[in-house]
Design a protein. Structure first.
Length: 217
């Protein structure tokens, strides 16, 4: 094989590799990063008509994509928009919000909520039972230096019997609301699958043309 043909064959190998990556990239790129957390202190600064933003601090991240890790998760919503904390129909804005995840002492995600954050009562709640709520919100930011979007769902439970009416701790300094478990999923911004597939097909065609030319040469 001449030096020129050897160079062409070398180029073909790289074009084929790029084509395979482009064809299979949609399946890889659209896989979510799943972050699991539990525990921590949740709630609003005060109760009443204007309880302020909802926050979660001191929550432990214990799993990322099925691998055990040691980290933290914390967030603060924007301002209170209205609804009933006790009945589970409350809503907060995303303005001024923050959302942070650490792993092994390093920050791996930093961002904020995007769109309103909702607070929903799960099932029924009476003065004689503990009450469970779910907070849902979309997020955007950077995960390990990559721009991502995603969502979080956090399940909270009152530490005493009766509905949650606001506040972080009671008169005795005990938590009023705790985070039972949470799941956060983020996904990178990638080209449309059709665009990637088209590029892969084009690269394969180009590789075939070069191989034919090598044979003729």
């Amino acid at each position: 094989m001449s030096g020129k043909s050897h160079t062409r064959a070398f180029v073909v190998r790289y074009i084929l590799a790029a084509a395979v990556l482009a064809l299979f990239a949609p399946a890889v790129a659209h896989a979510d990063t799943i972050i699991e957390n539990k525990g921590g202190v949740a709630g609003t600064p005060t109760g009443g008509i204007n309880p302020g933003p909802f926050s979660l601090t001191g929550s432990t991240v214990f799993d990322i994509n099925g691998v055990g890790v040691s980290g933290t998760l914390a967030f603060t919503t924007g301002g209170y928009l209205g609804g009933s904390l006790a009945a589970g129909g409350a809503m907060w804005s995303d303005a001024g919000s923050s959302f942070t995840v650490t792993e092994g002492g390093s920050t791996v995600f930093t961002g904020a909520f995007t769109g309103n954050v909702t607070w929903t009562l799960d099932g029924t709640c009476t003065a004689k039972t503990t009450c469970t709520y779910t907070l849902n919100g979309n997020i955007t930011g950077t995960y390990n230096g990559r721009a991502v979007t995603g969502a979080t769902a956090q399940i909270n439970m009152t530490t005493a019997r009766g509905p949650y009416t606001g506040g972080i701790v009671n008169s005795k300094g005990n938590d009023i609301l705790k985070d039972l478990t949470g799941t956060t999923a983020v996904q990178g911004t990638v080209p449309e699958p059709g665009t990637l597939a088209l590029m892969g097909t084009g690269l394969l065609s180009l590789a075939g043309a070069i191989k034919r030319k090598i044979k003729l040469g």
